[in-house]
Design a protein around this ligand. Structure first.
Ligand SMILES: Cc1ncc(COP(=O)(O)O)c(C=O)c1O
Length: 433
């Protein structure tokens, strides 16, 4: 009997105080596919929002790795570089002046103007500060955006793999994520053909979300593909949401903001990665004009305004010399680690941005989660299992983050080389799913 189905039926019975009798059938296999489809439908009906949330496996790995004094950290997706000293001075100054009142809900106008100027300088795009809302990280921006766009039951197109919180925000709002599997055949980019398929199979998709460069792959969308996807969304009257949190951390060719192609695009970004300020909890969303009032109402109700001291600090974050240094540092690490890990694993998409490498470990093991545990226990090298980011081929991949200095990465690679020497491969392959 399909275990998931059994679990779903039991939960249904318990919730409805009903007794369900199971009668054995002769040809169990013949009904498996039917059961599977029914299961998915049942799970959707009976699971509560919170039942659907997934937790971050990587957080367990982070906890275990922290208990190991000599651990090598490839698991952490947070910048390790100090922010611009001007930001820290600006926060100190705001603290001295006790600037701790709420700001207006959309955020300090001066900061929204700086962000608008950044889009003009960087991308040649003119954005009115009135279309920019400051949020509690991009996380706050997803909440505001999805709440503004999606009613309960409405659909959001996401890629598999993708950053796991997208789907969890959708679940919290009782919206329905629709996953499109992506892989090396399209260099991990969603294509118009795939989006067309999703729209045919799941009518009524209200919005499509991508990230570029993406977590966990580090791949960058081609300008043409971005333009075509947005044209498709406009034609389908779907919203296009672009998570651009890793913009600035791009190493081979420029990144294009979705705003270059349409001012209907919804662009989300934050100070957490490129600006090296994850703890400020400050991000922004740029919305089409007609959604601003809704977003403002949501902001007022959900968290009044983004943190004030953070906003004053961020006024000093557009420090070009510092930002160039950040990009150069991560580029050098990407170059080293991509080369080194390519000798050990199959890397089917060279990362062009962010600070991640998506490595296929299937020559050693069938289950990357068990493999990650074994690496951690036997070599004290911490990585993130692919399963954190989706279902599609995820059991074959590990995500490596290069958010530590080069000597640390080099030490990690040396441990992996010693551990994965050819004589051991046979034993490791025993790690099955
Ligand atoms: C793709 C992506 N989007 C959003 C976030 C969340 O960032 P923030 O700190 O701005 O909430 C992360 C964090 O790792 C991420 O990888």
């Amino acid at each position: 009997m399909n275990l998931l189905f059994l679990a779903a039926m039991s939960a249904f019975a318990e919730r409805n105080k009903t007794l369900i009798l199971f009668r054995p059938v002769e040809d169990e296999n013949s009904i498996i596919e039917c059961l599977h489809k029914t299961t998915v439908a049942y799970l959707d009906i009976i699971m509560s929002r919170l039942d659907k949330l997934t937790s971050f496996l990587v957080m367990d790995i982070v906890r275990q790795a922290r208990a190991l004094p000599d651990a090598i950290h490839f698991e952490i997706g947070e910048p390790d570089i100090a922010p611009s000293p001007h930001v820290l001075e600006a926060i100190a100054e705001a603290t001295r002046k006790a600037q701790v009142q709420y700001t207006e809900s959309l955020g300090l106008l001066a900061l929204r103007e700086k962000i608008a100027a950044f889009y003009q300088e960087r991308y040649g795009v003119s954005v009115s500060p009135q279309r920019i809302a400051l949020t509690v990280g991009t996380s706050g921006a997803f909440l505001i955006t999805y709440a503004a766009l999606l009613n309960a039951g409405e659909r959001l197109l996401l890629t598999d793999p993708s950053y796991p919180c997208y789907k969890n925000f959708a679940y919290v709002l009782d919206a329905q994520p629709v996953f499109v599997p992506i892989d090396a055949s399209t260099r991990y980019q969603l294509t118009v053909e795939q989006a067309q398929w999703a729209v045919r199979e799941h009518p009524g998709i209200k919005a499509l979300q991508i990230s570029s460069p993406a977590n966990p792959i580090g791949n960058l969308y081609d300008a043409d593909n971005l333009r075509d996807l947005m044209a498709f969304c406009e034609q389908q009257e779907m919203y296009f949401i672009s998570d651009e949190i890793y913009h600035g951390l791009v190493y081979d060719r420029p990144a294009h903001t979705a705003l270059e192609y349409s001012d209907r695009a919804i662009v989300i970004n934050s100070f957490s990665k490129y600006f090296c300020l994850p703890g400020l909890r400050l991000g922004w969303v740029i919305l089409p004009e007609d959604l601003m009032r809704k977003a403002e109402m949501l902001l007022q109700n959900l968290y009044i305004a983004a943190p004030t001291l953070s906003q004053y600090g961020a006024l000093a974050a557009f420090d070009e010399a510092h930002l160039q240094q950040v990009t150069a540092t991560y580029r050098a690490r990407r170059d080293y680690l991509y080369e080194a890990l390519s000798q050990l694993f199959t890397i089917d998409a060279k990362p062009e941005g962010a600070f991640y490498i998506w490595a296929d470990i299937s020559r050693y093991a069938e289950d990357s989660q068990a493999f990650a545990q074994r690496l951690l226990q036997e070599t004290h090298v911490a990585t993130t299992p692919g399963i954190d980011f989706g279902q599609h081929q995820a059991h074959r991949y590990l995500r490596f983050a290069y958010t530590r200095e080069l000597p640390h990465l080099q030490q990690g690679v040396a441990r992996l080389q010693a551990y994965l020497k050819p004589s051991r491969r046979f034993a490791l392959r025993g790690l099955s799913r």
